[in-house]
Design a protein around this ligand. Structure first.
Ligand SMILES: [Zn+2]
Length: 419
């Protein structure tokens, strides 16, 4: 049975690559979220051909959904003898803008030197195609399903996934009472299973000063100057503290096994492009991206920032700071002995002849919605392509990796829902 399924994946090699290339040729760039309907329908037609019942799920209640750029997801279900166990394969089909530096057509879907090129090749149209052909190989091998396979193509992962996987979870299409396992074929590499990710805390600090004439700055309080001590305290004190903490999560690369903080933006005083007037800046805003460890937790992470601001303000009565939370994503980690993790690990050994590595991701992806909203614990990212290719010019995915990852997913589907 295993051999038959693996043969079917090999036999579908060209079809799989062609389908991934077709997906790349639809420029589903986010923002703004272009051509989502076309891409959802391309996936939907393929799923119908492969025996699925499909639904187009439009996230009309979300602000991102507009008449020009509708948020359309596609979900296909192929039922076996029983509704459960149910394995859900989810891939986002939005891609980030191309940026500069390409030497190939970013939406050409060209294959050369054993690699498929284009925006979204690695992140993650190759993965979505591989997942679809993994399930199809079981059907072509004539194996009846015991449980159910679902496939979804979803939108907006690159901007948070709220109208995509979060929406499917909110309306109960991905839910603990019907969904047993979720595989997200993000580009984590063919021999790695990604168990989860660190937490994210985006926040804004606003410093307030007092406006005065620029020729007599001593009459005012400059808000930009007040931001200086904040940046300095983060550089010299918070960063040192973060260096001393590490996580037991197997985050790759290992440099990301610590918490981190990045200054995303800083805006103060008058906008640079407008004609300037002689004024003391009375407002300065800085936005920060703090990645925190499961061991730190969100509350302590936030309290640490509050304490830092309180201490700075106490040291000088002129300093006035406000903290505003912009986004919080809690860390997630699927246990190593989860049946899905164990099955994928066995499949990787069988297909590639080497042991898998279990990793965690430095950044977040749709796993958060599966874990937090749907409440499905058994979720991993596993798919072809390398994370270092994501969002890069001349993005590519190895064809052999697409085939190998499809085999790995097929064997796992066979174990979890096959007859
Ligand atoms: Zn992705």
């Amino acid at each position: 049975m295993v051999d038959r399924v693996l043969q079917e994946v090999d036999a579908a090699r060209d079809e799989l690559v062609d389908f991934a290339a077709e997906l790349i040729r639809i420029p589903t760039v986010n923002p703004p979220g272009a051509y989502y309907r076309e891409c959802a329908e391309l996936i939907g037609r393929r799923l119908v051909d492969f025996g699925y019942d499909i639904d187009y799920v439009t996230a009309e209640t979300h602000v991102e959904h507009t008449p020009e750029n509708p948020r359309i997801n596609v979900v296909g279900v192929r039922r076996g003898r029983d509704p459960r166990p149910l394995v859900h394969l989810n891939g986002h089909f939005d891609v980030v803008p191309t940026g500069d530096g390409w030497t190939v057509d970013p939406f050409g879907g060209e294959v050369s030197g054993g690699k498929l090129y284009g925006r979204g090749a690695a992140d993650m149209k190759a993965g979505l195609a591989a997942a679809i052909y993994a399930a199809e190989a079981i059907r072509r091998a004539g194996i009846e399903l015991r449980g159910t396979v679902e496939v979804s193509g979803t939108v907006d992962e690159e901007s948070g996934g709220f109208a995509g996987v979060a929406h499917l979870a909110e309306i109960g299409r991905i839910a603990a009472d019907r969904t047993d396992h979720v595989i997200i074929p993000e580009p984590l590499n063919v021999d790695r299973v990604c168990l989860g990710h660190r937490g994210v805390y985006w926040f804004q600090i606003t410093s307030r000063g007092r406006i005065a004439h620029g020729s007599m700055p001593f009459d005012g309080v400059n808000a930009i100057e007040q931001m200086g001590p904040v940046l300095e305290a983060i550089r010299t004190s918070l960063n040192v503290e973060l260096e001393s903490r590490s996580t037991a999560m197997p985050v790759e690369p290992p440099d990301a096994r610590r918490g981190s903080i990045n200054i995303n933006s800083i805006l103060g005083g008058q906008a640079g492009e407008t004609p300037q007037t002689p004024c003391v800046a009375d407002r300065c805003e800085a936005i920060f991206d703090r990645r925190f460890l499961v061991e730190e937790g969100f509350e302590a992470t936030r309290d640490e920032i509050i304490r830092l601001l309180d201490e700075l303000a106490a040291a000088d009565p002129k300093r006035r700071y406000q903290l505003e939370d912009l986004m919080v994503v809690h860390p997630t980690l699927t246990p190593e002995d989860d049946p899905l993790v164990e099955s994928l690990s066995r499949s990787i050994r069988a297909v590639l002849g080497r042991p898998p590595s279990l990793v965690a991701s430095p950044g977040t992806y749709d796993h958060k919605h599966v874990a937090r909203i749907a409440g499905v614990e058994s979720c991993v990212a596993y798919g072809p392509g390398e994370l270092t290719q994501a969002h890069q010019p001349d993005e590519w995915c190895r064809v052999q990796d697409m085939v190998d990852s499809a085999k790995v997913m097929a064997l796992t589907l066979l174990e979890l829902v096959g007859s």
